[in-house]
Every structure is written in structure tokens, then in C-alpha cells.
Design a protein around this ligand. Structure first.
Ligand SMILES: NC(=O)c1ccc[n+]([C@@H]2O[C@H](COP(=O)([O-])OP(=O)(O)OC[C@H]3O[C@@H](n4cnc5c(N)ncnc54)[C@H](O)[C@@H]3O)[C@@H](O)[C@H]2O)c1
Length: 319
């Protein structure tokens, strides 16, 4: 039996599109999608799918052994905003799921892991402009703490046990398929939906809050390119900084307004403002560009065009 890929948390914002792309590359039957529920029916019906709780070591192990899975993409997590509401659940899921896949590699069941970190590893004491790869990381959210600790464990397993684990510190990811799952950068997805559906948006961040962001297609390409890169070229086994575009709510609003002149916005910052304020406004990703030739394609204008085109089709409107 040829070796297979397992995606845990495949029904989420990133997992949905990662699964589709991996299936295009490796074949539908070679990529098993899994999640804790079947809410994303398009994905569930598109190829092999299993219900797997990322906190259940035996469930992951059985799936890997039964299907000769050798590579795992661990996408299940509780994100930044939800993590602040359920801190212990975030710690439990984000840490234990990572230990499970790291230990599966240690036990030689699988031999390659992708685990995403986040710009949430940074905090208010981090230099916030052009944040370096190696810098102060004092995160103030539970989510950020889990990502920071996760990075340390990834590097530890690589150095002590030679586990091939690879990671990216994703910025805010913008996409038009699955909705985002409770992060602080969700506004940059919601704003496109509301522009098409209602012509107005009430933003939960203030108008000048600049954050690092990326269009989904770039994020998926980065993920797959990192996983395909020669191991010898990789110098970072904690997690790579990754960047594409930085913008504020006002700038994304103006980019949409160029296409929908009657679009309007109001700003009503909530608890997510404090989270956003603790994160960098731009990221230095030169190490990723050097080590595995990372290059982004989409700027704000290109992304706005694709988002509006696809959402107009989705909502069946030429608004
Ligand atoms: N989306 C972003 O902007 C962003 C930015 C930085 C990092 N990340 C990271 O990328 C990864 C994927 O993020 P996403 O945006 O796709 O998240 P998401 O919330 O959209 O999806 C997570 C998926 O995990 C599933 N899940 C939850 N609990 C589970 C469990 N116990 N067992 C199995 N599955 C479970 C959910 O049902 C969901 O389908 C996460 O590690 C996240 O921290 C995302």
C-alpha cells in the first residue's frame, strides 16, 4: 500500500483548502481528511474522511496504522479569540494534539509532520515592525502561549529525536471557502462577505490596526513548498516567519470600496482589539525566502478582486 497523508482538523478554514490541494497533487485516495465533526459536507463527501478527535492518541494511531499514513498535517486547534473564552480547552487541545503526533513520529508510526504556529507567538515586548525570526516572544493570549510552547517542543523533538517536523508562523489567512474559526484576524474575511451581502460592515478592530495577512492560495503554497523542501536546506525547526501583505481595516475597506462604491464601515473595537494590539504589524520572513524559496503572489488589490469575484458567485449576486 502506498504511503498516505492524514489531515487532522480538515474541515476548518485552512484544512478545507489544504486537503483539496494535496489531493490534486497526490491523488484523492492518498489524502485522508479527518475532523471531530462532519459539518463541512463538501469536504466530507469529496474523498476519504474519518471522524478523529485530535486529543485521542489511539484514534490517530489506528488511522495511521490502518492506512499506512506517513505524513500528518495537524490543523486542529482552538484559535486566539475562542481560546480567551475557553483557556483550558485551548491548552488541552492545542498541546495534547501536538504531543500525540510528535509521539507517533517518535514511535516510528509516521515520519513527517506539519504543525502550524502563528504570529500570536509574539507579544507586546516584541519589535512590532518587520519582526525578526529570532526575537522576544512573550505572548499574552492562551493561544499564543500554546503556539510558543509548541514551537519549543517541535524544535526539541527535532534536535533530540530527529523528528521531521516542519512549521510556519501563519499570519491572518483570508479565504472565500470555509469561514474562519474564531481568530482575531477574522474581520478581514467577514468584511468581504458583508460587503457583498449587506453593503456595510461593523468592524471589531479600530481603523488603523495594521496586521500581517495572507491570501489562502499563498498560505497553501507555502505549506506544501515547505513540506516538499529538502530537509538539509531547513535551518528553522521551531517555526518559520512568513509574510505577504500588511494592512489596516481602513485600507482593506478602501480596497473593497474601489469595487463597491456604496460600501460603508463602522468601527466598534471589542476584546479582540487588545489581542491585535499585542501582535506585530509586519514580519521579516527573509529566512523562509532563503531556505525554501518562499515567495508570495497576492497583494491586497489582487486578493480583493479574487475575493469579490468568488463571493459574488457564492451569493449569486452582481452587487
Ligand atoms: N486561519 C488563520 O488565520 C490562522 C493564522 C495562524 C495560525 N493558524 C493555525 O492554523 C491551523 C488551522 O487553522 P484554521 O483557521 O483552519 O482553524 P479552524 O478553526 O477554521 O479549523 C480547525 C478545525 O479543527 C477542528 N477541530 C476542533 N477540535 C478538534 C478536535 N478535538 N479534533 C479534531 N478536530 C478538531 C474543527 O472542527 C475545525 O474544523 C490552527 O493550528 C491555527 O492555529 C490559522
Amino acid at each position: 500500500m502506498s504511503s498516505k497523508i492524514l489531515i487532522i482538523g480538515a474541515c476548518g478554514q485552512i484544512g478545507t483548502e489544504l486537503t483539496t490541494k494535496l489531493r490534486e497533487i497526490y491523488g484523492v485516495q492518498n489524502v485522508i481528511a479527518s475532523d471531530i465533526n462532519t459539518r463541512n459536507l463538501d469536504l466530507v463527501n469529496a474523498g476519504p474522511f474519518e471522524i478523529i478527535d485530535a486529543k485521542n492518541y489511539n484514534a490517530i494511531k489506528d488511522c495511521c496504522k490502518n492506512n499506512n499514513v506517513k505524513t500528518v498535517y495537524l490543523m486542529a486547534a482552538l484559535l486566539s479569540a475562542t481560546g480567551e473564552k475557553y483557556p483550558m480547552e485551548a491548552w488541552d487541545l492545542n498541546m495534547n494534539s501536538l504531543f500525540h503526533v510528535l509521539n507517533l513520529a517518535k514511535d516510528k508510526v509516521i515520519d513527517k509532520i506539519f504543525w502550524p504556529s502563528s504570529i500570536a507567538v509574539f507579544g507586546p515586548t516584541t519589535p512590532c515592525k518587520n519582526t525578526p525570526q529570532h526575537t522576544i516572544c512573550e505572548p499574552t493570549t492562551v493561544y499564543g502561549i500554546t503556539k510558543q510552547v509548541g514551537e519549543r517542543w517541535c524544535e526539541y523533538y527535532y534536535k533530540k529525536l530527529n523528528i521531521d517536523v516542519r512549521s510556519i508562523r501563519y499570519p491572518g489567512i483570508i479565504s472565500h471557502k470555509a469561514m474562519p474559526g474564531g481568530g482575531t484576524t477574522d474581520y478581514a474575511v467577514e468584511i468581504y462577505h458583508e460587503a457583498i451581502k449587506t453593503g456595510k460592515y461593523d468592524c471589531f478592530l479600530s481603523k488603523d490596526t495594521e496586521l500581517p495577512m495572507m491570501f489562502m492560495e499563498d498560505a497553501i503554497n507555502a505549506t506544501i513548498n515547505l513540506m516538499q523542501a529538502d530537509a538539509e536546506r531547513l535551518t528553522i525547526r521551531s517555526s518559520y516567519n512568513l509574510a505577504a501583505i500588511n494592512f489596516t481595516p481602513k485600507q482593506i475597506f478602501e480596497s473593497i470600496k474601489n469595487h463597491i462604491p456604496e460600501f460603508s464601515i463602522t468601527y466598534k473595537p471589542d476584546f479582540r482589539q487588545a489581542i491585535a494590539d499585542s501582535w506585530p504589524s509586519s514580519i521579516d520572513d527573509s529566512q523562509a525566502r532563503k531556505d525554501w524559496d518562499w515567495k508570495h503572489e497576492f497583494d491586497l488589490e489582487a486578493m480583493t478582486k479574487v475575493m469579490l469575484k468568488n463571493l459574488r458567485q457564492k451569493y449569486n449576486t452582481d452587487h
